[in-house]
Design a protein around this ligand. Structure first.
Ligand SMILES: Cc1cc2nc3c(=O)[nH]c(=O)nc-3n(C[C@H](O)[C@H](O)[C@H](O)COP(=O)(O)O)c2cc1C
Length: 204
């Protein structure tokens, strides 16, 4: 079984969402995992030419890295996307990937039945986390994926990996000091793997 994590932060090793995604993938001990940092790939913008709607090859894919990413996602049983809040939505580098992946949808829903989970991180305590997750979950639904949330303590944990640089006291931290964000991301990774495994074992 393969779980692919997509990190949508334009930042490198210092990325907080990447740190949380690493935790989610580490929690998937009995599966293969793969991390794709979207910043490392050359992804052209979608030009809205609608070639994909006509099931023609995407002209933008002729000389960028989308075909390579698509191949990896088609092999996956589960997909987790982690994205920071940028003006309460996803960063442009990730949106480019999202828009370009329309070709997979138009090609008979190539991502159908992949199990999906979302992680986010924001600067502010109330910095648009829920909106970012909503954007990601709706994206996954549009691709025909099976959206799941984390299931932990009903009184301690939310339904997705999420946190903030800002503490309740108004000081600052990184994700590694945000226990709830780490736990939520770990639980999410476990849940994606659990449902993907059940789906795979059902033989469908
Ligand atoms: C262009 C830009 C827009 C941002 N917009 C928001 C925002 O709307 N709300 C918020 O809480 N933080 C915002 N932030 C802060 C990031 O969400 C925060 O730094 C986050 O930790 C970045 O995640 P990363 O370390 O994985 O890149 C913004 C940062 C940038 C660079």
């Amino acid at each position: 079984m393969l779980i692919v994590g997509i990190c949508g932060s334009p930042k490198s090793e210092r990325s907080n969402t990447r740190f949380l995604l690493e935790h989610a993938l580490e929690a998937v001990s009995d599966s293969q995992t793969l991390m794709l940092n979207i910043r490392d790939f050359n992804i052209h913008h979608c030009t809205g030419c609608d070639s994909c709607v006509r099931k023609k090859p995407c002209p933008q894919s002729a000389d960028d890295d989308m075909p390579e990413i698509e191949k990896k996602l088609i092999d996956a049983d589960g997909i987790i996307i982690a994205a920071p809040s940028y003006f309460t939505s996803v960063p442009g580098v990730l949106k480019d990937f999202i828009d370009r992946s329309r070709a997979m949808k138009m090609n008979d829903h190539q991502l159908k039945d992949k199990v999906f989970g979302a992680i986010t991180y924001a600067g502010l305590r109330y910095g648009g986390q829920e909106h970012v997750v909503d954007v990601l979950n709706r994206y996954a639904l549009g691709q025909g994926m099976i959206v799941v949330g984390s299931v932990g303590s009903p009184v301690k944990h939310g339904t997705f990996g999420s946190g903030s640089l800002q503490t309740d006291e108004g000081s600052w931290r990184s994700a590694k000091d945000d226990d709830l964000a780490v736990k939520g991301s770990t639980l999410l990774g476990m849940r994606v793997a659990e449902i993907a495994k059940r789906f795979r074992n059902s033989g469908e």
